[in-house]
Design a protein around this ligand. Structure first.
Ligand code: HEC
Ligand code: HEC
Ligand code: HEC
Ligand code: HEC
Length: 465
């Protein structure tokens, strides 16, 4: 995609850092589609959020920033490109033109729940994923939110959950991951799902990482309490809240898929759904000799290492034992050749609930960030982990980078090009599927490719007083 979303990554000075509770409330999001449909034109007047004047308060320029630079403003028009036409045609096995009614019907059934705003009137679908997908229906915001009384309510102004609380990091990560990971049981065409069929047809994989996506996102709000970049604990705080929340969203999706497999519904879906597994445990280069054949991989496919690995660094230290035991139970169910959907659902739901409680604890405590980050980083780099797959290596890279930068370290070895496009500064897909060994991503993956990076982190850690 487009380089204007790139954000330079600056390494700030090391400051004493406290992880401050940002938001404690993992709220349930009121369904947007149950509200009166509203166009966002009312939000975009120059006196409100559509100002063009550079010096005005950022909130007043939010609409302009979104319109000019936000990837979500292109989300619908991108469904009409050649790339999308290829995806749609492969999906239904018929060559379809974007101008045809059949094509539009498929978009409506399979794509617009994420690529457009369910709160906007149908005639305005082309506006893409508008303000309402993240903030809640404009109908709920109504005329009250510019009163000083409402503003004075502070955090509790979002108690009416029809306005989504994206000020809370957990609430925000929940909103993003509904589309960037998926959410079912929203009702027919409103369901948000990119399954393996859609990925095999060419849809980019849902390799969502809240921290790196947040850094790439062109913000339209005041970040003084939320510095984008490093030298502050926000990276770590945002990463860990995002990591736990994403795991919760992914588990919710798994539970819904498992329940769907046992239901009597007419529409049949694949079970197990292959996107529940690490892509690279099936997609890898067929070469000999291979690290895979020397005992590296034992099960048919690993359960989703993208959302699960490094979760232990995100939670509290004394919760790790329980986490590992819960993950082991679920893995033993889902990594079978023919997983039983009922047992998978029970185990996944149990882990999801446990993580909800853990998230509450993590986001409501105030701790010395350095005291948390340092031992976490140390235990990640020594010993150098034996990665099972590309997903766990990529996650390890993301978390070590967040932690080391949070501790004020800078590494000259940047191995990321070997592993994937830089998740922090690139707008590119994290993984370009393809059989070519040269292409980054799983097919060229080698377990030791991050070794030099690890060595440098180790060296720097040893130098610390
Ligand atoms: C579950 C939500 C969801 C659904 C359903 C969905 N998408 Fe997407 N789509 C996304 C997200 C999120 C991205 C961005 C992925 C990324 O960058 O990590 C994306 C990216 C894309 C891209 C790449 C855009 C670019 O800028 O390169 C195309 C093309 C695309 N989707 C087409 C489709 C089509 C066609 C359908 C329906 C057949 C569809 N999508 C259904 C969420 C969805
Ligand atoms: C992809 C999600 C997303 C979309 C789309 C989005 N926002 Fe936001 N917006 C956020 C987040 C996250 C924040 C930061 C949290 C906060 O301040 O509530 C925010 C903050 C704001 C703020 C507070 C700014 C400040 O600091 O004073 C305003 C105003 C705003 N958004 C308006 C809009 C408008 C208008 C649109 C549509 C043109 C829009 N947003 C689209 C996610 C989004
Ligand atoms: C309504 C569904 C939806 C929600 C909610 C949503 N996104 Fe997206 N997002 C998309 C889709 C679809 C795309 C792909 C747009 C395209 O290129 O066509 C996308 C693209 C992006 C991209 C650009 C792709 C990339 O890999 O750099 C970023 C960054 C992003 N989203 C961040 C966020 C963040 C952060 C939030 C939450 C504050 C969020 N999104 C909420 C649907 C959504
Ligand atoms: C359990 C094994 C398995 C897992 C896990 C798996 N796939 Fe696949 N994938 C397959 C098989 C088999 C095919 C070929 C048949 C088909 O298209 O469904 C395929 C086909 C594809 C294709 C089309 C390839 C081509 O060359 O045409 C893409 C792209 C793809 N998968 C992406 C993914 C992504 C992304 C993930 C992880 C989210 C994933 N797969 C997980 C087994 C798997």
């Amino acid at each position: 995609m487009i380089s204007r979303f790139s954000r330079q990554f600056s390494i700030g000075l090391f400051i004493v850092q406290w992880v401050v509770a940002f938001g404690d409330d993992h709220f349930s999001v009121y369904p947007n589609y149950e509200m009166q449909k509203q166009s966002i034109s009312g939000c975009m007047t120059t006196a409100c959020h559509g100002s063009n004047v550079p010096d005005t308060e950022i909130g007043q320029r939010a609409g302009k920033i979104w319109f000019d630079r936000d990837p979500h403003a292109q989300a619908y028009t991108n469904l009409l490109t050649n790339a999308s036409a290829r995806i749609v045609s492969r999906l239904v096995n018929v060559e379809l033109k974007p101008s045809s009614q059949e094509y539009r019907d498929i978009l409506k059934a399979k794509c617009v729940s994420c690529h457009a705003s369910e709160s906007a009137p149908d005639t305005q679908i082309a506006i893409g994923a508008d303000c309402q997908v993240c903030h809640g229906s404009a109908d709920a915001w109504g005329s009250q939110h510019y009163s000083s009384e409402w503003r004075a309510l502070g955090k509790s102004r979002f108690d009416d959950t029809k306005m989504f609380n994206v000020e809370s990091l957990a609430g925000r990560a929940q909103v993003c991951s509904s589309c960037h990971i998926g959410e079912l049981n929203r009702g027919g065409p409103l369901d948000r799902e990119v399954d393996h069929r859609l990925m095999a047809a060419g849809h980019p994989p849902m390799h969502f990482d809240f921290e790196s996506f947040s850094r790439r996102y062109p913000v339209h709000w005041d970040t003084k309490d939320e510095p984008v970049g490093t030298g502050s604990s926000i990276g770590f705080e945002r990463w860990r809240v995002g990591k736990i929340t994403s795991a919760i969203t992914k588990l919710k999706l798994l539970v819904a898929r498992a329940e769907r497999a046992t239901s009597q519904s007419e529409v049949k879906h694949d079970w197990p759904e292959l996107t529940e597994y690490s892509c690279s445990s099936c997609h890898h280069a067929l070469v000999q000799p291979s690290w895979r054949q020397s005992g590296g991989v034992k099960s048919i496919a690993d359960w989703d290492d993208w959302n699960v690995s490094q979760l232990d660094s995100a939670i509290r230290d004394h919760s790790v034992v329980e986490l590992k035991s819960q993950i082991a139970s679920l893995k033993s169910q889902i990594e079978r050749a023919a997983p039983d959907p009922k047992s998978v659902a029970i185990n996944a739901e149990s882990l999801r609930r446990w993580l909800e409680l853990e998230l509450k604890q993590v986001s409501s405590t105030r701790e010395n960030a350095v005291a948390i980050m340092l031992p976490k980083l140390q235990s990640q780099v020594e010993p150098f982990p034996k990665f099972r797959n590309w997903e766990s290596a990529a996650q390890w890279y993301i978390s070590t980078r967040v932690l080391s930068e949070g501790l004020g370290m800078k590494c000259s070895v940047d191995p990321i090009r070997l592993l994937m496009d830089d998740p922090f500064t690139d707008e590119n897909r994290l993984w370009k599927p393809g059989p070519s060994k040269e292409s980054n991503g799983p097919s060229g993956f080698q377990p030791d490719m991050l070794g030099n990076y690890n060595n440098e982190l180790l060296k720097q850690l040893r130098k610390r007083p």
